[in-house]
Design a protein around this ligand. Structure first.
Ligand SMILES: *Cc1c(COP(=O)(O)O)cnc(C)c1O
Length: 228
């Protein structure tokens, strides 16, 4: 039976291989372990295997896990990666270190206003809609510049980069095209915001293509914790 520790090690090897295949440094790509719906015991198992960055999709569930683990695991870095309604922003502002799915001015303003004074700025990525599916959330590519400017003026937010969830498809050409589009957008944005360093793209099924296209953070759930 493979353990969570085994699967983290396999995911790390995949990152390393994918990086080497395109002459990138494996250390430039971080592994975000997506623990949504999984029990705290799974997070501890991953932690004991060296994992420190965890992603959660649901505000309430995330808050409970963060609170439960705060005392004994203070060096975990918590990333919010789910859709966020404006009436739940306070929980994210108070508990998380990162927020990947920012796509509205109003949410940015609320997160900024609700960030506790004793915490460093909340790290944020703008979620971009690169998918051809209508239902996907995120801003359109042509709205990224404006939202980035808004964020850069908010002192309690730190703009770190871009995030996207691509079209759910097995067609490698579509995956490739969408990741390349996001990567180009990231390079453009970097010219105006030289401090940005994070391209959050790639999940269990498509991490290799994402890395080949410049991803700096892959969000891996099922390949570490099993199917949900
Ligand atoms: C669930 C989720 C993931 C992880 O997906 P897997 O296919 O389980 O690796 C990554 N990113 C987001 C935004 C998710 O919601």
């Amino acid at each position: 039976m493979t353990t969570i520790a085994d699967r983290i090690s396999i995911a790390q090897s995949r990152i390393k291989q994918a990086a080497q295949n395109c002459s990138r440094l494996p250390s430039d790509i971080s592994l975000l372990a997506v623990s949504k719906t999984k029990p705290i015991s799974d997070i501890i198992a991953a932690y004991n295997a060296g994992q420190r960055q965890f992603g959660e999709n649901y505000v309430q569930e995330g808050q409970e896990k963060i609170t439960a683990l705060a005392a004994n695991y203070p060096d975990i870095e918590w990333h919010f990666i789910g859709p966020l309604q404006s009436n739940k922003t306070k929980i994210v502002a108070e508990h998380f270190d990162w927020m990947h799915t920012l796509s509205r001015d109003k949410i940015a303003q609320r997160l900024n206003d609700q960030r506790p004074a004793n915490k460093p700025p909340l790290n944020v990525c703008i979620q971009v809609n690169i998918s051809q599916e209508d239902s996907k959330s995120g801003v359109d590519a042509n709205e990224v510049t404006t939202l980035a400017l808004t964020i850069s003026k908010l002192p309690n937010l730190s703009l770190r980069g871009l995030m996207a969830i691509p079209t759910a498809t097995d067609d490698i050409r579509i995956q490739q095209q969408e990741f390349a589009n996001l990567s180009a957008l990231f390079q453009q944005l970097k010219q105006h915001h030289p401090g940005i360093d994070t391209l959050s793209m790639g999940m269990s099924a498509d991490m290799d293509i994402a890395i080949a296209n410049g991803s700096t953070m892959v969000r891996i759930g099922s390949a570490i914790f099993g199917e949900r």
